[in-house]
Ligand binder design. Sequence first.
Ligand SMILES: [Zn+2]
Length: 205
Amino acid sequence: MKILSVSDKVEKQLLTRGNTLLPAHPDIILACGDLPPEYLTELREFYSVPLYYIEGNHDIRYDDSPPLGCTNIHAQIITEQGIRIMGLSGSRWYNGGKNQYTEPEMKKTIRSLWFQLLQVNRMDIIITHAPPRFINDKEDPCHKGFRSFSSLIKKHKPVWFVHGHIHSFFKTPADRLTQVCETKVLNCYGFFFFETELVEEQAKS
Ligand SMILES: [Zn+2]
């Protein structure tokens, strides 16, 4: 499956006819937060593919004007063309604004998915706004990652863990990626195109 992931920065060029930014037409778009809802609507309409999103700490307009035709997958696991995708909105709590969670709150949200997680041997993709703690994160209260994301990676071994929230300049695609055991942790700041294969479901022991 060909995936266009976006977060944090509007890339108007992605909406320009004839642009050569992507190596192929995406099958789906994953949005990892801190983007105007209108941009998501435009992306979905421009590429005519499903768009799944979670919200970032700056997405304060989504309740009043949600992106049209797009699907919020916060605290959900969905299956798209056989690929299992889980979503978790928000950043760490730092001033009480929208989409901010303490570590125990995020842990509780993940725990609420226990039944769905039990059905899945290995996750294909997890999308979040914040990064896992100590992976691509920073030390200020807003940009610290979640420890519970690291546990999620350890336990459910997603092929891809895609986040935003951390604004960085990347010289090469490899600069965006951190390999954590079997998982590629990706900072999709701006946009990043990648492909993933279906992970074969193994028999549960
Ligand atoms: Zn953010």
